[in-house]
Design a protein around this ligand. Structure first.
Ligand code: PLP
Length: 399
């Protein structure tokens, strides 16, 4: 035997978003005033009623194992939320609660993928998708969308990408990183192709509460009995309730898939954190006033970013209608120079912005769009303005 590591594990790329956030935090800790447009998490504290429910759970000794796929009371609350918010009927035997949305997605692919199965991932994509698919011996099939279609997968693109090996399509709406939202009509067309070809759609609806311009989120599984059977819906509490650190995500699926995911989870992690489950219960059953006010703040910041970015040279973007990101094309900056040095890529830009202008952003090669940079606006208005001043200065300094 040798001490060689797993070939599959070592090919997994580390998460560049987490790495940038960590580097920005490190710079901040050393006294540098860094503005962080990198993090994919709300800047708000978790609402008080949720924290109090967690404290109560600890004091009352709710600190032991729970059923591996989550408590029935939490599944009941999730089932009610699915009904009320998504127009979806998932009974508690169809719900699996996991340690965050990322874990839910991992469970899904562990449950449905056999070696060599293809998973269609529209680009730009959240950087974790291809890595999870590869980890379960699936094959990511990247389909590049375009600015002209608002970065949405067209029915033709989907049909063309399907092969006899296709097992699933990942559909993320509202999208990280583009902030776009699929309409009911667009989803209806996609659903038809999914059903006709008998593949799964993995609907990642993590940002479902964050929609703007009067638009509503539509769950693809709600569009009919057939597509319901072909869909695994995934969501969580991280973004809407500002609970990223609590690690609670969940899925709604067929009973059969939920059983498989529950068994896998029972060996991999056992239950999601018991205290976080009580916190999630309060989040879902308690007042959603904080969710609404956080959404209002995001919308205000979205408009502020729009005004600021619209006035800058070289860059291009589409107004996002959901989530909390701007996806900005820096293609015209590549090839320009700063202080006599040529800028070769968005990785260069990210490095310059962090080190010389003290703003953290996410270059998007790992999201499948190398000339783009993602800006999260989950930071205060004041920070946004300060950061935008710095970006403007950078764009003014290049030639
Ligand atoms: N799906 C998308 C599109 C995301 O952006 C994220 C987190 O950034 C997740 C899922 C996972 O969320 P969680 O933090 O609950 O694992």
């Amino acid at each position: 035997m040798s001490l060689e590591l797993s070939k599959k594990a070592i090919q997994v790329k580390p998460s560049s978003t987490l790495a940038i956030t960590a580097k920005a935090k490190e710079m901040k800790a050393s006294g540098i005033d860094v503005i962080g447009f990198g993090a994919g998490e709300p800047d708000f504290n978790t609402p008080d009623n949720i924290c109090e429910a967690a404290c109560k759970a600890i004091k009352e000794g709710f600190t032991k194992y729970t059923p591996a796929s989550g408590t029935n009371e939490l599944k009941e609350a999730i089932s009610n939320k699915f009904k009320k918010f998504n127009d979806l009927d998932y009974g508690i035997n169809q719900i699996v609660v996991s340690n965050g949305g990322k874990h839910s997605l991992t469970n899904i692919f562990q449950a449905i993928i056999n070696p060599g199965d293809e998973v269609i991932i529209p680009a730009p994509y959240w950087l974790t998708y291809p890595e999870i698919v590869k980890l379960v011996d699936g094959v990511p099939v990247i389909v590049e969308t375009s600015k002209n279609t608002g970065f949405k997968l067209t029915p033709k693109q989907l049909s063309d990408a399907i092969t006899p090996k296709t097992k699933a399509l990942i559909l993320n709406t509202p999208s990280n990183p583009t902030g776009m939202i699929y309409s009911r009509d667009e989803l209806t067309e996609i659903a038809k192709i999914v059903v006709d070809n008998d593949i799964y759609v993995v609907a990642d609806e993590m940002y479902e509460n964050l929609t703007y311009n009067g638009l509503n989120h539509v769950s693809i599984a709600s569009l009919g009995e057939d597509i319901y059977k072909h869909t695994i819906t995934c969501s969580g509490l991280s973004k809407a309730f500002s609970m990223t650190g609590w690690r609670i995500g969940y899925t709604g699926s067929s009973v059969e898939i939920a059983k498989v995911m529950g068994s896998v989870q029972s060996h991999e992690t056992s239950n999601p954190n018991s205290v976080a489950q009580k916190a999630a219960l309060e989040a879902l059953n308690g007042p959603w006033t904080d969710v609404d006010s956080m959404k209002e703040a995001f919308d205000r910041r979205r408009k502020l970013m729009f005004d600021r970015l619209s006035q800058m040279p070289y860059i291009e973007f589409i107004e996002p209608e959901g989530a909390f990101y701007y996806f900005v094309d820096f293609g015209d900056v590549i090839g320009k120079s700063l202080n006599g040095k040529t800028i070769d890529s968005t990785i260069d830009i990210g490095q310059i912005l962090l080190e010389d202008y003290h703003i953290a952003v996410v270059p998007c090669p790992d999201f499948g769009f190398p000339t783009y940079i993602r800006f999260s606006y989950a930071i205060s208005d004041e920070m946004i303005n300060k950061g935008m001043d710095r970006l403007e200065k950078f764009l003014g300094d290049i030639n």
